[in-house]
Write a protein that binds this ligand. Structure first.
Ligand code: NAI
Ligand code: MG
Length: 366
């Protein structure tokens, strides 16, 4: 059966960069036998303008039925002063919730031609290619009890609680182990079991699952504070990392800056919608809708194109096509092509469409 892909370009630069990803999908269909059925819909400000809601139930249902969703980004200053439930961003929040997307995959891959963009020394980051798997629906951001309470003496107390169950840890660890099998076969699990019970359980559950089902993968453990230090000292020691919501938030932002190029970083969120055993997956750039440059045709389409590459590898079982795209991107950068966001002072800049075109040309050559 044909695999189904739902395209949700969204707002701002979303449609501009999605257009370039779709050109590549069309090429893969024509030249590489990719057999997918595409459908497209509106979300965010675009949906508010047309349907008066940030996302329709019908679109949620389509996303659940799809093998993968390729998402642009949502957010539009035109909808700034509206109640929260009518903001464009509700579209992505609802998708994450309704698809139960509990694992966020954030690669930090450095394309060597951009070595100078990294804040670290070239020798530390050359060839960097790691993947952080962050748990996203549990942990201290959601645990009960939570709240701000006033004590009898009038002082206030802010409370959050880190809670993880065996099942929550196991399902995200499984994602990490499965990924490792498609990569270098190594997983580093990160917690603070030295001072946190939830971290102690985390380590126990990951160790146990590893022993039962994934003994072919190499598993190591690291405390989160040491991990932050190690990511800056020697990031290439890592391949797949798996961690909870809070540590994953911090460490993935840190890791993204090892590459120094926001407009180039893709991401994936994976999960299983309640009441099904089907895998849901949403792929999107980590950046937003960039209203400051929307409509100018200068956005960098590479994060969107690399999100497509992730989708091919992790949802569509097309690892070879995925590699081809990454190689094409690498070659285009090596040839010196730069959009404004990655150009150094004085370097010439190409448009969104020119960058997309160059990747396509490179694919035709490979
Ligand atoms: P942003 O990521 O949209 O932009 C930050 C800066 O990076 C801007 O100067 C922008 O021009 C630049 N930039 C981002 N992507 C680029 C690209 N591909 N090429 C060249 N330059 C790029 O973050 P910001 O400004 O904080 O948010 C703008 C809107 O996006 C807000 O409404 C926010 O809520 C939304 N947003 C949506 C996300 C999503 O859909 N998942 C994620 C993050 C923000
Ligand atoms: Mg963050």
């Amino acid at each position: 059966a044909k695999q189904k892909i739902l395209l949700l370009p969204g707002d701002g630069i979303g449609p501009e960069i999605m257009e370039q990803a779709v050109r590549i999908i069309d090429w893969l269909k024509a030249e590489r036998g990719l057999d997918v059925e595409l459908s497209e819909d509106v979300v965010g400000g675009a949906s508010l303008a047309k349907y008066d809601v940030p996302i329709r139930d019908e679109v949620i249902a389509k996303a659940k039925a799809a093998d993968a969703v390729l998402f642009g980004s949502v957010g539009d200053p035109a909808w700034k002063d509206v109640p929260f439930d009518r903001r464009p961003e509700v579209a992505i929040l609802r998708l994450r919730k309704e698809l139960n997307l509990y694992a966020n995959l954030r690669p930090a891959k450095l394309f060597d031609p951009l070595l100078s963009a990294s804040a670290l020394k070239p020798d530390v980051v050359r060839g960097l290619d790691l993947m952080i798997v962050r748990e996203t629906v549990g942990g201290v951001y959601f645990g009960e009890p939570r709240g701000i309470e006033t004590l009898p003496d009038g002082t206030k107390r802010g409370v959050n609680t880190e809670v993880y169950t065996t099942a929550e840890i196991e399902r995200v660890a499984r994602v990490a182990f499965d990924l490792a099998r498609l990569r270098s076969g190594r997983v580093c699990s990160v917690e603070k079991g030295n001072v946190m019970e939830s971290g102690l359980l985390w380590r126990e559950v990951v160790t146990d699952l590893h022993k039962r089902e994934y003994s072919d993968v190499t598993l190591t453990h690291m405390l989160a504070d040491n991990c932050a230090m190690q990511l800056v000292r020697d990031p290439r020691q890592f391949d797949v990392m798996v961690t909870g919501n809070l540590f994953g938030d911090l460490l993935s932002d840190l890791a993204s800056m090892l590459t120094g190029s926001l407009g180039m970083l893709p991401s994936a969120t994976l999960g299983t919608p309640e009441g099904t055993d089907k895998q849901a997956a949403l792929y999107e750039p980590i950046h937003g809708s960039a209203p400051d440059i929307a409509g100018k045709g200068i956005a960098n389409p590479l994060a969107q194109i690399l999100s497509l590459a992730m989708m091919l590898r992790y949802s569509l079982d097309r690892g070879a096509d995925s590699e081809l795209i990454e190689q094409a991107v690498s070659n285009v950068l090596a040839s010196g092509l730069r959009t404004a966001d990655i150009a150094a002072a004085g370097e010439s800049r190409v448009s969104t469409a020119e960058m997309g075109e160059a990747v396509l040309k490179e694919l035709q050559k490979l």
